[in-house]
Design a protein around this ligand. Structure first.
Ligand SMILES: [Zn+2]
Length: 390
């Protein structure tokens, strides 16, 4: 029962929460359906199969669905919901591809056990999509009738860098007043994400000169040895105190032990907290020179997700979320993360972006991927209240 003394906004929060608590099992049922439709980024047929399901579901909820056909990846999907006024829409952003190959379900079946729901992609981020669906339903059944239009955008190649999703995300976000990203929350405390590092990749390729390691060793110029020097050099670019990390994660080179290596290369992951730091790294990578003048270097790559910096607009969104969370009995905190999401793109366009609004759990991309079932209803209610408050 709702005490009559409650203020209007608190009453609205209570009604939305009641709806979400009552629909907990339906949420889990939809989540099960989604998890059981495996959707690895690189399998278009599988991803499109889930996309067709999602299109039907969002249409059933009253959304106007548009499909963005893709050749290589799954088709992206947008569902638009009318609001009460004619203000700019709020964008609910997510992806429905996962990092899990087809067949993962055999060893990691969807199950609810010990207060958690388990399965591939359950946390990252199929639960977030279920939350979007039920927040919209809560709004239309129990909402105060006042909210902006809502645009739901789900893309299909987020886990592999959003090559095809990025332009769709940027175009949709450009018309929106704010972006709410339903990626998983940070940690067991369920922190929201107000800053994300920018992410990039470089490839350093060394061309040396091959020679027989025994017969004419001195005629060779080892690409492997030269690459080793370059790897040590770029590792020095890391500056933890500024949030800059440079990780030569993969190296390859040479053919046989008795051959002086002609070719070698390294793949390097970079993370930066600020856009300016990416430019600085760009200069440093461009300035790399071979120590052995007979070897040559080829350096390619750069930033592919700009950092999501903690802007004023994002902090304002977080403040609203924290106030609304209080009405639902939750204490919300914010955090920064080294991982990127599509929120990086929208934030870099200057659109206030709040991330980590999805499920609370652990083990994204890992065998123990799971969500806390108890957190689902109230975080869904929070999402619905946010849509009424922005
Ligand atoms: Zn994700």
């Amino acid at each position: 029962m709702i005490p009559v003394s409650m203020t209007a906004p608190s009453r609205s929060a209570a009604l939305l929460l009641e709806f979400c608590l009552e629909h907990r099992n339906q949420m889990l049922a939809v989540l099960k359906q989604m998890v059981e439709m495996e959707s690895p980024s690189d399998n278009k047929t599988a991803v499109d199969n889930l996309g067709a399901f999602l299109a039907r579901e969002f249409e059933r909820l009253g959304g106007e669905v548009n499909i963005f056909p893709q050749k290589k990846y799954g088709d992206h999907l947008i569902a638009e919901f009318a609001g009460s006024g004619d203000g700019k829409p709020v964008l609910l952003l997510g992806h429905f591809d996962t990092v899990w190959p087809l067949g993962t379900l055999a060893n990691m079946p969807f199950r609810v056990e010990g207060g958690r729901a388990w399965g591939p992609g359950v946390l990252d981020m199929k639960a977030g999509i279920a939350m979007m669906m039920f927040a919209l339903q809560a709004l239309s059944s129990m909402g105060n009738g006042k909210h902006r239009p809502v645009t739901v955008l789900l893309d299909t190649d987020e886990e592999v860098g959003s090559e095809s999703g990025r332009p769709v995300v940027e175009k949709a976000a450009a018309d929106c007043v704010a972006v709410l990203v339903l990626e998983p929350a940070q940690g067991a405390e369920g922190h929201l994400k107000t800053a994300r590092k920018g992410v990039g990749n470089y490839v350093i390729r060394v061309h040396g000169r091959a020679a027989h390691a025994g017969v004419d060793f001195e005629k060779g110029h080892s690409a492997v040895v030269e690459l080793a020097r370059q790897v040590l050099e770029v590792a020095k670019f890391t500056e933890l105190s500024r949030g800059i990390t440079v990780n030569p994660g993969v190296i390859r080179g040479g053919t046989r032990t008795n051959v002086v290596a002609a070719e070698a290369w390294a793949e390097v992951d970079i993370r930066v907290a600020r856009a300016d730091d990416a430019r600085e790294l760009e200069h440093k990578f461009a300035a790399l020179r071979p120590v052995d003048p007979e070897c040559s270097l080829e350096v390619s790559g750069g930033l592919n997700r700009p950092p999501m910096e903690r802007t004023e607009g994002t902090v304002r969104l977080f403040d609203i979320a924290r106030e609304e969370a209080k009405k639902l009995g939750m204490v919300l905190a914010e955090s920064a993360t080294g991982g990127g999401s599509d929120g990086n793109f929208t934030s870099a366009l200057g659109i206030p972006t709040l991330d980590g609004l999805g499920a609370v759990g652990e083990g994204a991309h890992a065998a123990h991927e799971s969500i806390l079932v108890e957190e689902l209803p109230r975080r869904t209610a929070l999402l619905a209240r946010l849509l009424e408050s922005i």
